[in-house]
Design a protein around this ligand. Structure first.
Ligand SMILES: [Zn+2]
Ligand SMILES: [Zn+2]
Length: 265
């Protein structure tokens, strides 16, 4: 909660993922109050070196650290958003022979080094204030995509409610999607629900990982999806199996096309 109060005023609404009862509201209000108090105590700082940033446009890194952040600056794979080598075609090597249900994707950065660290701080460290700069980075990539302007609805990759209530407190994909919807002035629709738990991907083999999310999701809110160009949002894209399964559900429900945006690839 380090960005200044002026920036906070410029970003109305709250970034929390759940719609909840009084307890959640009280918690959210407390967080806001705490955020304002922290703004006064701690000025914005570079996430890498801790240097105070005086720049009006708050980003995650100071001017000297910024070039070292693994943001994707060149061309991205049209299928999955991965950074492409200079000599590569339109697709990365990993996408050869793979079929995703989403039509194309953009990624803000390579999922390694500092980008990975940022995602972890945002995902597990309760650093909800990182949602805004991370969403901005994704939006930068989206502006460069041929299909970026066609997006009509933004849908987060869901997390099970029990996981939010009893563990994580928020779904990072949902927080990111909310930020992006506000900035793009598009509708946010929680049109995909997770209906069963999926085993942790880390213990599975490559093939098991691809099959793991099958049947774990269901699309709903057909009215906001049918005939629309949908942008699915997640924090990272690894095998692409989860995002692909969510995209498949959305298409089955009548989405005209589904694209994907992530922080790390
Ligand atoms: Zn720095
Ligand atoms: Zn690719």
């Amino acid at each position: 909660m380090r960005h200044n109060s002026a920036a906070r005023r410029g970003a109305p609404g709250n970034p929390y993922s759940f719609r909840g009862g009084a307890i959640f509201k009280a918690f959210r209000d407390l967080s806001r109050w705490k955020g304002r108090a922290l703004d006064l105590l701690f000025p914005r700082a570079c996430e890498l070196c801790g240097t105070r940033i005086t720049d009006a446009a708050w980003d995650v890194a100071c001017a000297s650290c910024a070039p070292h952040v693994e943001w994707i600056r060149g061309r991205g794979c049209v299928r999955c958003g991965a950074e492409l080598e200079e000599a590569a075609g339109r697709r990365c090597r990993e996408c050869a022979g793979k079929a995703y249900a989403f039509k194309g994707a953009v990624a803000a950065g390579r999922y390694e080094g500092f980008v990975r660290e940022l995602v972890h701080r945002f995902k597990f460290g309760g650093r909800l204030d990182l949602a805004r700069p991370l969403a901005e980075r994704i939006l930068d990539r989206l502006r460069g995509a041929s299909w970026g302007a066609a997006i009509e609805v933004i849908v987060p990759v869901p997390m099970r409610t029990s996981k939010i209530l009893f563990g994580r407190r928020y779904n990072p994909a949902d927080v990111l999607a909310g930020q992006m919807a506000r900035r793009l002035d598009r509708r946010l629709s929680r049109a995909v629900a997770q209906i069963r738990a999926t085993p942790s991907q880390t213990r599975l083999t490559g093939e098991e990982r691809l099959k793991n999310p099958q049947g774990a999701y269901r699309a709903r809110r057909e009215g906001t999806i049918r005939g629309r160009v949908v942008l699915l949002v997640d924090d990272v894209l690894t095998t692409g199996a989860t995002a692909s399964e969510c995209a498949r559900c959305l298409k089955e429900t009548g989405a005209a096309a589904v694209y994907l945006a992530v922080v790390g690839r």
